[in-house]
Structures are given as C-alpha cells and as structure tokens.
Write a protein that binds this ligand. Structure first.
Ligand code: COA
Length: 274
C-alpha cells in the first residue's frame, strides 16, 4: 500500500484492516485523512487478494471523534462546499464498495466519525462506544451524508433526535435502535490470566463476522450490497428491476454453479469470484 500518514493498513486472511491513526486528536478526520481513506479504498478494492475491509480507529478511546474542528474553524462558504463534497465522495465510495466494509467502533464515533460508520455496510461496537451527531453544537450540520444515511438506518424520528439534541448515545442504545449490528462486551479477566483488551475482543468479533461473509460467494455478496444500497434510493419498481437483473446476472457465474453443486453434493463451496 502507498504510504499514508494518518492511516495504517494491516492485511490478514483476505481481510484489510484500515485504522485511522491520529490518536492524539482522537482520530479526527482532517482533509488529508479523508483523502487517504479514499486512496486506501481504491487500493483495497483493486486487490484480488482482499475480500473485505474493517475500518477502525487506533487505540482504545476513539473510533473517529469527527471532522477536524481546528481545520473546519477556518473554512469559508466555498471551502465548506468542498469539504463536504470531498467527504461525501469518499464515504460514497465506501458505501458502494462491492467488497464488504465493516466499522469496528472502538469508542467515540462522533460527527464525521458517526457518518463514516454509517457509510460502512455493517457496524460492530465495543461496549465503550458512543455515537452522536453533535454538529449543531458547532453551528453546522453533518456534511458527509449523515443527514441522509442516519434516517435510512434508524428512521427519521430517532435520527432527528440525535441530530437536533446533539446528545451522545452509548453502545447498548445504539444497538436498541438498530444503529449497530452487534455490541461486543468488555472481556472479563479469567482466573490467573489477564483479560484481552476491549479493542482486541472487538477486532476478533469483527474478523469473525467478516470471515463468515467471506465464506460466501463474493460476486453475490457485492451485488447484495448494491441492491440494498441503490434499491433504497429508487422507487420500488426500479429497485425490483435492478434486483431481477442482478439475480439473472448471477446465473451466468461459475460461483452460482459451484454454490448450488456444493449444496447438492453436501460439501463446502470453493468460490473463485468468477
Ligand atoms: N477535531 C479536532 N480535534 C479534536 C476533535 C475534533 N473533532 N475531537 C477531539 N479533538 C482533540 C482535542 O482538541 C484534544 O486535542 P489537544 O490535546 O491538542 O487539546 C484531543 O483531541 C483530546 O480531546 P479532549 O477533548 O481533550 O478529550 P476528552 O476525553 O476530554 O473529550 C470528546 C472527548 C470526544 C467528548 C471531545 O473531544 C469532543 O467533544 N470532541 C469533538 C466532537 C465533535 O464535536 N465532533 C464533531 C465534529 S464535526
């Protein structure tokens, strides 16, 4: 991977783990970090040896505590449009990735950090995670797609409550309203042994969920993401047409033959992504 200043990339078992790495600023997203996220996603989606991406923040305290307020504080209206468009473009790239992207939320996911998690296909939170869109406290609104994605995920009433009150919610409440798929409890120390860190437990759970996804047909996984994402942005009739066309396209893949043959022969499928 190209050198990045504010990101780290770790690759293991076809899973890329992308960590936002500005821990002294609670992993706040400055412009450079947003650009690097876009470049890293380009690289990952172009690599055949990688099946999926986990996005997290370095350390135990914060996933991403928002856009970099020091940088935002200097913007004028024209810069404001540019800042928003850059974040929207990169987060849309994540949302439309055909490789599954999972957010492992290890602490604060605020403002642009919450929006980053919302752009991912799935969200797993550590018990210490906190979510919020506190932009109105700063006199702005979420500008990286959060005003659109949060209502689609949790419904308009709950989304507006978060956006208008600027209050943070904890992981259990985020789970209750459907903002996260799973909460990973902090591990307890075993007799005579130290407990693994909350971050290690979270990453293990994220890798396990990603591993389950990567055992399935990769083209089918990618097209399911596309149908669910684009389908929500279309009329029912257009969405159904997209679904039937992609369903038909899958019938042209070796993976469909292999998946069905494996079922009938009572064996595990060996998908090739062809
Ligand atoms: N942008 C820029 N810097 C940020 C930041 C952000 N979004 N969030 C945190 N930081 C920086 C702090 O300024 C501080 O830097 P410093 O040590 O150079 O002063 C450092 O990260 C640690 O943050 P601090 O506020 O001291 O930690 P805390 O534990 O007391 O509070 C938060 C944690 C998350 C509650 C608090 O940092 C916060 O409210 N951050 C802003 C959240 C926000 O409004 N995000 C939306 C932005 S659009």
């Amino acid at each position: 991977m190209a050198d990045h200043t504010n990101l780290t990339l770790d690759v293991q078992d076809r899973i890329a783990t992308l960590s936002v790495n500005r821990p002294d600023k609670l992993n706040a997203l400055n412009e450079q970090t947003v650009r690097e996220l876009g470049q890293a996603m380009d690289e990952i989606t172009g690599r055949d040896d990688l099946g999926g991406v986990i996005i997290t923040g370095v350390g135990e305290k914060s996933f991403v505590a928002g856009a970099d307020i020091a940088e935002l504080s200097r913007m004028g209206p024209v810069d404001g449009v540019d800042v928003s468009r850059l974040g929207q473009r990169v987060f849309r790239q994540i949302e439309l990735s055909r490789k599954p992207v999972l957010a492992a939320v290890n602490g604060f996911a605020l403002g642009g950090g919450c929006e980053l998690a919302l752009a991912c296909h799935l969200r797993i939170a550590g018990e210490n995670a906190q979510f919020g869109l506190p932009e109105v406290k700063l006199g702005i609104i979420p500008g990286y797609g959060g005003t659109l994605r949060l209502p689609r995920i949790v419904g308009k009433g709950r989304a507006l409550e978060l956006m208008l009150t600027a209050q943070f919610i904890k992981a259990d409440e985020a789970y209750r309203i459907g903002l996260v798929n799973k909460v990973v409890p902090k591990p307890q120390a075993t007799e005579g042994g130290e407990a693994p860190s909350a971050k290690d437990a979270l990453m293990a759970a994220a890798r396990q969920m990603m591993g389950t996804i990567l055992a399935n047909g990769p083209i089918a996984v990618g097209l399911a993401i596309e149908c669910a994402t684009r389908g929500m942005e279309m009329s029912m009739d257009d969405g159904l047409a997209l679904e039937s066309n992609l369903f038909g396209l899958l019938a042209a893949t070796q993976d469909m033959r292999e998946g069905m043959a494996a079922f009938l022969e009572k064996r595990t499928a060996a998908f090739t992504g062809r």
